[in-house]
Design a protein around this ligand. Structure first.
Ligand code: CO
Length: 210
C-alpha cells in the first residue's frame, strides 16, 4: 500500500466531475487500499478518489473511532443504522435514492485543511452503490456516516463543502486561502488549538475531516 498525495483547494482537479467505474479489476482493489491508507494516515473519516487526482466515482469512509492500540470500534453515539453498516465502507458509483429530513454538522475536508464550517445535509439517506468487486449494495443510514457519504459524493461532482456556505462566508475562506495559503502544516495534527473551540463539536476535529 502507498500513501497518496491529497490535492487541496484551489487545485482545479477538485472541480472535475468524476466518471463511473466500469471495470472492477485488481488495480481497483489496490487503488482502494491506497485510498484507505491515505485516509487513515491523514486522520480523515472519508476520502473521494478525485482528492488524490483520480476522477472516478469511488469513495472510502470510516466513521468509527480508534482505541489506544489503533483498533477501530463502534462507539455509543453512533446511531443504530450507522452501527449496522460494516466499515470501512467502499462505495463505487454511489447514488442517493432518497433523502429524509435535515441535519447540520461542522464539516472539515482533507482538501481544505484547518477549515470547519456548518453544513446542512439530509439526516437520513437511502444509498445504492457498488462495492469493490462490482456487486450492487443498497442500504439506509443516518448519523455521521450519512453526512460523510453526502460530503464525499459532493466531491464526485466537483463540489466542496464551502460551496454550501453563504456567498460571503465561502468567498472569505477562498480569498484567505488564495492570499495566505493554509495555516502551518506542522500544526495540522494538533487538535487542541483554540481556533474552533467556540463551536460545539461532538468529536475532536481530527475525526471529521473528509
Ligand atoms: Co472532503
Amino acid at each position: 500500500m502507498a500513501k497518496l498525495e491529497i490535492l487541496t483547494y484551489p487545485n482545479p482537479v477538485l472541480r472535475e466531475v468524476s466518471k463511473p467505474v466500469t471495470e472492477f479489476k485488481s488495480e481497483l482493489k489496490k487503488f482502494t487500499d491506497d485510498m484507505l491508507e491515505t485516509m487513515y494516515e491523514s486522520k480523515g473519516i472519508g476520502l473521494a478518489a478525485i482528492q488524490v487526482g483520480k476522477p472516478i466515482q469511488l469513495l472510502v469512509v470510516d466513521t468509527r473511532q480508534k482505541d489506544e492500540d489503533g483498533r477501530r470500534y463502534k462507539y455509543d453515539e453512533m446511531t443504530e443504522l450507522e452501527q449496522s453498516i460494516v466499515q470501512p465502507l467502499i462505495l463505487i458509483n454511489p447514488e442517493i435514492i432518497k433523502g429524509y429530513g435535515k441535519t447540520t454538522f461542522d464539516e472539515g475536508c482533507l482538501s481544505l485543511p484547518s477549515f470547519y464550517e456548518t453544513v446542512e445535509r439530509f439526516d437520513k439517506i437511502d444509498v445504492k452503490a457498488k462495492d469493490a468487486t462490482g456487486r450492487e449494495i443498497k442500504f439506509t443510514v443516518d448519523g455521521l456516516l450519512a453526512i460523510c457519504i453526502q460530503h464525499e459524493m459532493d466531491h464526485l461532482s466537483g463540489t466542496l463543502f464551502i460551496d454550501h456556505l453563504s456567498f460571503l462566508k465561502s468567498n472569505k475562506i477562498k480569498n484567505q486561502i488564495k492570499k495566505s495559503g493554509y495555516p502551518d502544516k506542522n500544526n495540522k495534527d494538533d487538535d487542541d488549538d483554540d481556533s474552533g473551540s467556540a463551536r460545539s463539536r461532538k468529536k475532536s476535529k481530527e475525526s471529521i475531516k473528509s
